[in-house]
Design a protein around this ligand. Structure first.
Ligand SMILES: [Zn+2]
Length: 293
């Protein structure tokens, strides 16, 4: 599937820390969460150092980041299970909000031209992605088949984790099992999943399209024209993986800050991270001045 927000996008005027995706009110109510959600910059607190970017299951990493940096409208921290219940695109949108607090509201990515293999930069306004997300923020899609209508719900982080865990244990679920788990069973039709056609091949395009439409930030691609060779192309962009790489660099920078301040002042991690960022920066500047002197 293809989505084409404008690129290069005009810089957004928004600087609000409320860039999170729209979360369904029933989900928020189920967890006693008061909306809107707020996010803080990643890479400021001790708990930010405890997040392991090398862990094998990416959904787990995503949930840890979202849990660490999100508070509800009353400033309460949130149950990780709340984030597991988000749609996959919503989780990506949440990570992109964290990146925007770091890099600003226009996301600058690099993609490789499939024609000449040169790297080019593209800019995407976070607002455009959120708009794309909110326009399709429905939880269930209907797929019309000749015999019946099937309703599929958007996969959540929990679904992803289940499938990846099974794959990691050497028992990857087949496509039919995955689709079964996403079918919405009406109370009067409890036998519905069993009525899925044995051979899913004819309905796969329709099911895939329905799932893509529910999760516009998952299979994301962008129409670009290469500045080097002039060829148009539409490369896929893994926005979630890109966001994680940016946040990992933030953590690396924080580790380097702790290292330099600990070497010079012999403070502990806890003491260093208790300092506000502006004071850490002042001390780093002083160390730099000594090195240059
Ligand atoms: Zn090119």
């Amino acid at each position: 599937m293809s989505r084409n927000p404008q690129s290069p996008a005009s810089p957004s005027q928004s600087s609000s820390p409320l860039l999170f995706p729209a979360i369904p009110a029933p989900l928020a109510a189920a967890f006693g969460v008061s909306l809107p959600l707020r996010c803080r910059r990643y890479g400021q607190q001790l708990e930010d150092l405890e997040i392991d970017f090398q862990q094998p299951l990416r959904p787990q990493l995503e949930t840890e980041l979202l849990t660490a940096c999100t508070r509800d409208a009353q400033g309460h921290s949130l149950d990780p299970e709340f984030f597991w219940r988000w749609g996959v695109s919503d989780r990506t949108a949440g990570l992109l909000s964290l990146v925007a607090l770091e890099l600003g509201p226009t996301l600058a990515l690099t993609v490789t031209c499939p024609s000449c293999q040169q790297v080019m930069e593209v800019a995407i306004a976070l607002d455009a992605l959120h708009q794309l997300q909110s326009e399709t923020a429905q939880d269930v899609a209907t797929v019309s088949l000749p015999q019946q209508d099937l309703q599929v719900r958007r996969p959540t982080g929990r679904d992803q984790l289940t499938w990846l865990t099974q794959a990691a244990q050497g028992d990857p679920p087949d496509l039919q099992t995955m689709l079964h788990s996403l079918l919405v069973v009406q109370p009067s039709e409890e036998s519905l999943p069993n009525s899925l056609p044995e051979d899913l091949t004819p309905v796969l395009p329709a099911l895939n399209q329905a799932l893509d439409d529910l999760d516009p930030l998952v299979n994301f691609s962008l129409a670009v024209t290469c500045p080097h060779c002039g060829q148009p192309s539409q490369p896929d962009i893994d926005l979630g993986a890109w966001a994680l790489r940016v946040l990992q660099r933030v953590q690396q920078r924080l580790i380097e800050t702790v290292h330099r301040l600990a070497c010079r002042y012999h403070w502990t991690e806890v003491e260093i991270l208790a300092l506000p960022e502006w004071r850490r920066d002042r001390y780093l500047a002083l160390i730099d001045r000594e090195v240059l002197a």
